[in-house]
Design a protein around this ligand. Structure first.
Ligand code: WT7
Length: 634
C-alpha cells in the first residue's frame, strides 16, 4: 500500500481505524508467506498488553528482505558501506551478494550449534558484517539482541544474562572517528560473569591481535571456509520473537523490548515506504547505528523489505572533518537522508564552509528522529542541506513502537517546524489528562497515549511480561502509554514536548535517571545521588548529577576534581561513555520530603538555572540544603 496524495492519506487513515483487519491484511498481501494468517489482529491490546498480528501465518523475514527480490533486483545494490576513514575504499553489496553472505553467516551459526529461539548478543562496529550477522540470526530463527558498541562490559553482561544469551558475535576492534575501541576485549571482560555463553564468533575488522579463548571463541573467517553460500530459511510463526533491544525506562534496569516477526515486518515496510515516499532508485542513508532501533528499522529491515539501497556508515559526522556527512551524500548520491537533531545542531555550530563545498543535489527528502527538533535546527537543515527544496519529516516513535508513529509523509501531509505532524494510518494518538480522561479538541496539551494496537507494537519485555504491562498498559487502562507529553496544535498536528517520566534523552539516547544514579552509587565513595536532565544546546538534554560523598564534601579543588573524575569513571564502567554526566555537583544533602522522597522538581529547576522559582521548600526535611545547592550550582 502506497499513499501518494493527501486524499489518499485521509482515506487510508479512515479505513485503518474503521477496519484495521482489512487495511493491514491488504498491506500484508504482497509479502512472501509460507502460510497465510488466520486472523489479522487479535489478543488483548490493553491492559494485558498482548496484541497479536497475523496469527497463524508462517514466514521468514529474510526471505522477504532478500530472496523475494532476487529475480527482479538481484543485481541492484542492497547495501553501500562507507568506512570510518574516508581514504579506505567503500564496499557495495548487491541483493544477490548480500543474500549469499547472510546464508554463509547463517551456516556458520548453525555449524556452531545455534538453534531456533537461541538468543545471540551482537556487539559490533557499524560494518557490513553487523547487518549480515543480524539477518543471519533472522534467517535461522535465532533472536538477535544488538548492543550498541559504546556500552560497557558491565552493560553487555547485564544484557547477556537478562536475555540468557548463549552466543555472542563481535569483532576484533572498532573505529569511531579518531578513536579505536578493542571491542573483543570488552566482550572478554563482560563474559567473565557469563558462563552460559557457549561460543563467541569474532569477525576480523582491524586485524588486531585478540585473545581467543579455546573452546569458546572462533574466527568468522575460519568458520566461513566450511560454510555453504545457500541456507534454507527457517519457517517462523508470526508471533515468534525476532529481536530483543534493550532500552532504558524510569526504573533502574534497562528492559528488553521484544518485537516479533510478521507485524514488525509489515510495519517496517509500510512506514519506510510511505514516510520517505521511496522510489526505486533512491539511496537511503539512516545515520543511526544498528545498535539502536532506528538502525534496525530504517537502516536495515525497512530498506531491504522495500528492495531499496541502504547506506551504512561506520564513522562520525565530524571525522576527518565536519563536512563528512555532506561528502558521503555527494559521493554515493544519497537521496533520502535521515539523521538526529543533535547531529544537525553540532554541525550548524561550525562554519558553513563545511557544507558549501558540496552540491547535495542528489537529496530529495530529509528526516529527523530521536528528540524534538528545535525551529532553528529545522530551518538550518531545510535551508542549507535541503536547499529549501526537500520535504522534512520529523518522525516521532520509540523503541517500543517498532517504527514511525507520528510524522509527515514526505511532501504529502503537512510538515511544520517543531511538529511531528499527523499520525500514520493505524495510529490513534490521544492526549490524556492526569486522571486518564481523553482531552478532546485542538490546541490542547496532555500525556500522549495510543488508543489501539498497531502491527509494530512491543510484544513483551523479555522474561518479564508484567513489566511491559505495568510500564505501558496499566498507567491508563485501555491505552498504550508513551511516557511523552504532547500538544495538538490548532490544525491537529502533534508537537512532542518531551518525556514526562524519569527518562532523559541525551543526543537522542534514552537513559533512566535511576539507571545513572544506580551506576554512580557503585562508586565506593558515594552515599547517594540524584540525576536530572537539563537543556543542552547540542545534546538536547544534558545529565546533571548531584552527589553526596561518604567522607563529606572534599575541601580542596584538587580533591573535588579527582572525585568527579572517579564518578565519571564509574558511570563509564557501569553503562558506557554515552551516559557520562555533563555536570557533577557535590552536595552535603538532597532536598527530600519528610517521607524521604527526593524532590526532583527542585533539582531540575536548579540544574536549569531557574533558582528564583523553586516554590515552597519549607515542607522539606532540611530546607537549608536547598540554599546550599543553589549556591554551589554548576
Ligand atoms: C523517545 C524514544 C525511535 C526513535 C529513536 C529514539 C523521543 C523520538 C522524536 C521526535 C520528539 C522524539 C521521545 C520518545 N523522540 N523521536 N521526532 N520528536 N521526540 O528511540 O530511544 O526509544 O526514544 O525519543 O521522547 O519517547 P528511543
Amino acid at each position: 500500500m502506497r499513499i501518494r496524495t493527501l486524499p489518499e492519506y485521509h482515506a487510508a487513515y479512515q479505513q485503518s481505524v474503521e477496519n484495521p483487519a482489512a487495511f493491514w491484511g491488504a498491506c500484508a498481501e504482497p509479502f512472501t508467506w509460507r502460510k497465510k494468517w488466520t486472523s489479522v489482529l487479535g489478543g488483548e491490546f490493553s491492559p494485558a498488553g498482548r496484541s497479536t498480528w497475523f496469527e497463524g501465518a508462517r514466514l521468514n523475514l529474510t526471505e522477504n528482505c532478500l530472496d523475494r527480490h532476487l529475480a527482479t533486483r538481484g543485481n541492484k545494490l542492497a547495501l553501500i558501506f562507507e568506512p570510518n576513514d574516508s581514504k579506505t575504499r567503500h564496499q557495495r553489496f548487491t541483493y544477490r551478494e548480500l543474500h549469499q553472505q547472510v546464508c554463509q553467516f547463517a551456516n556458520v551459526l548453525l555449524n556452531n550449534g545455534v538453534e531456533k529461539g537461541d538468543r545471540i548478543i551482537i556487539y559490533m562496529p557499524m560494518i557490513p558484517q553487523l547487518a549480515v550477522a543480524v539477518l543471519a540470526c533472522a534467517r535461522i530463527g535465532a533472536v538477535h539482541s544488538v548492543v550498541f558498541a559504546g556500552f560497557s562490559a558491565t552493560a553487555i553482561a547485564d544484557r547477556v544474562q537478562d536475555a540468557e544469551a548463549t552466543y555472542v558475535i563481535t569483532a576484533d576492534g572498532l573505529n569511531r572517528g579518531a578513536k579505536q575501541i578493542p571491542v573483543k576485549s570488552v566482550v572478554d571482560e563482560a563474559l567473565t560473569t557469563c558462563p552460559a555463553v557457549r561460543r563467541v564468533v569474532v569477525v576480523e575488522h582491524l586485524g588486531w591481535p585478540v585473545l581467543m579463548q579455546a573452546g569458546r571463541d572462533v574466527w568468522y573467517h575460519d568458520e566461513a571456509k566450511n560454510a555453504a553460500l545457500t541456507c534454507p530459511a527457517e519457517e517462523m510463526k508470526a508471533e515468534d520473537p525476532l529481536f530483543i533491544l534493550y532500552t532504558s525506562g524510569s526504573t533502574g534496569k534497562p528492559k528488553g523490548v521484544v518485537h516479533s516477526q510478521a507485524g514488525y515486518m509489515v510495519w517496517a515496510d509500510f512506514t519506510f515506504r510511505n514516510v520517505f515516499q521511496v522510489e526505486e532508485n533512491d539511496v537511503h542513508w539512516c545515520t543511526a547505528d544498528i545498535g539502536w532501533v532506528t538502525g534496525h528499522t530504517y537502516g536495515l529491515y525497512g530498506p531491504l523489505l522495500a528492495g531499496s539501497t541502504s547506506l551504512l556508515f561506520e564513522g562520525v559526522p565530524t571525522y576527518p572533518d565536519a563536512g563528512r556527512f555532506w561528502e558521503v551524500i555527494d559521493k554515493h548520491h544519497v537521496s533520502i537522508f535521515y539523521t538526529a537533531p543533535t547531529a544537525i545542531r553540532s554541525l550548524m555550530a561550525l562554519p558553513l564552509d563545511n557544507v558549501l563545498s558540496y552540491s547535495l543535489s542528489s537529496l530529495r527528502i530529509l528526516g529527523s528522529v530521536g528528540e524534538p527538533i528545535n525551529e532553528e535546527a529545522w530551518h538550518w537543515y531545510d535551508q542549507h542541506i535541503g536547499k529549501s527544496r526537500c520535504p522534512i519529516v520529523d518522525t516521532w516513535w520509540q523503541t517500543e513502537t517498532g517504527g514511525i508513529m507520528i510524522s509527515a509523509l514526505a511532501g504529502i501531509t503537512p510538515s511544520v517546524p517543531a511538529r511531528a505532524g499527523l499520525p500514520l494510518p493505524g495510529v490513534q494518538p490521544v492526549l490524556l489528562a492526569q486522571d486518564g480522561t481523553e482531552i478532546a479538541g485542538n490546541d490542547q496539551e496532555g500525556y500522549l497515549a495510543i488508543k489501539a494496537s498497531w502491527p509494530g507494537i512491543i510484544r513483551t519485555t523479555w522474561g518479564d511480561h508484567e513489566r511491559a504491562r505495568q510500564t505501558y498498559f496499566t498507567p491508563y487502562p485501555g491505552y498504550y502509554f508513551t511516557g511523552d507529553g504532547a500538544r495538538r496544535d490548532a490544525d491537529g498536528l502533534y508537537r512532542i514536548i518531551g518525556r514526562v517520566d524519569d527518562v532523559i534523552n541525551v543526543s537522542g539516547h534514552r537513559f533512566g535517571t535511576a539507571e545513572i544514579e544506580n551506576a554512580i552509587n557503585q562508586n565506593e565513595h558515594v552515599v547517594e545521588s540524584a540525576v536530572v536532565g537539563y537543556p543542552h544546546d547540542v545534546k538536547g538534554q544534558g545529565i546533571y548529577a548531584y552527589v553526596i560523598c561518604r567522607d563529606g564534601l572534599p575541601t580542596s579543588a584538587a580533591d573535588r576534581t579527582i572525585f568527579e573524575a572517579s564518578i565519571i569513571e564509574t558511570v563509564v564502567a557501569e553503562i558506557g561513555k554515552i551516559a557520562k554526566p555533563d555536570k557533577i555537583q557535590l552536595v552535603s544533602g538532597l532536598p527530600k520530603t519528610r517521607s524521604g522522597k527526593i524532590m526532583r522538581r527542585i533539582l531540575r529547576k536548579i540544574a536549569e538555572g531557574e533558582t528564583e522559582s523553586l516554590g515552597d521548600v519549607t515542607t522539606l526535611l532540611d530546607p537549608a540544603v536547598v540554599a546550599e545547592i543553589v549556591a554551589g550550582r554548576k
